[in-house]
Design a protein around this ligand. Structure first.
Ligand code: C5P
Length: 217
């Protein structure tokens, strides 16, 4: 198979990006974190003090800004924003921005363009359903809300003060908005394989996925 496209979708904290990165290294293909793109636009809107509820303004900015990936790091207008996009302020607001239909069109165009001539593992919410409907393999990663919140908490706890319950509620709210929005909501594609990562180690999940990928390659 010359080119392989692998779609990984699922709710926040299911382990998508951690696993996608390891998988991409192991099978030597590129990795694209599509959530980082929506986060980059959200960060830009907040940084410029623009009104998050004004769709025209957000669309206008989405059309203007330059989002780029270099070695899995994200750049907004040539500035590295890997840390900035992980702030709780960005996490709290990103779903308001990602539900705008025109914003999604702009992002999906960029994502498809990146995948056009190469093999790629993409993670997000609508990869198997919208961005790469013909992906060779589609996974839907899930886990209990407790474990997903715990993982996010472990990632963040050293960096800033966060209450576990607040973080858990933010995740519940974000998943709710992402799965109930009108345009390309978070949804398992009909042909996606569900992997519940609740009681599994990263290695176990990666191993399971590699076996599945090898069987279609
Ligand atoms: O993957 P991550 O949790 O960083 O994504 C942040 C947010 O970006 C999601 O909660 C969702 O609102 C949005 N997103 C999306 N479609 C994608 C990827 C992310 O709407 N393909």
């Amino acid at each position: 198979m010359e080119q392989i496209h692998i779609a990984i979708d699922g709710p926040a904290g299911a382990g998508k990006s951690t696993i996608a990165k390891i998988l991409a290294d192991k099978i030597e293909v590129d990795y694209l974190d599509t959530g980082a793109m929506y986060r980059a636009l959200t960060y830009h809107i907040i940084k410029c003090n623009l009104d998050i509820d004004k769709e025209e303004i957000i669309i206008n900015e989405a059309e203007k800004i330059d989002i780029n990936f270099v070695n899995n790091s994200i750049y907004l207008n040539n500035q590295n924003i890997d840390n900035e996009i992980r702030s709780s302020q960005v996490s709290k607001n990103v779903s308001t921005i990602s539900k705008i239909s025109r914003v999604r069109e702009i992002m999906v165009d960029k994502q498809r363009e990146i995948a056009r001539h190469k093999s790629v593992i993409m993670d997000g919410r609508d990869i198997g359903t919208v961005v790469l409907p013909n992906a060779n393999v589609k996974f839907y990663l899930d886990a209990s809300i407790e474990i997903r919140a715990q993982r996010r908490y472990n990632e963040l706890a050293n960096k800033r003060e966060v209450e576990f319950e607040d973080l858990k509620n933010d995740i519940i709210k974000r998943d709710d908005m992402d799965s109930k929005r009108d345009v390309s909501p978070l949804k398992k594609a009909n042909d996606a394989l569900i992997i519940d990562t609740t009681d599994k180690s990263i290695d176990q999940v990666v191993c399971e996925m590699i076996n599945i990928i090898s069987s279609v390659k």
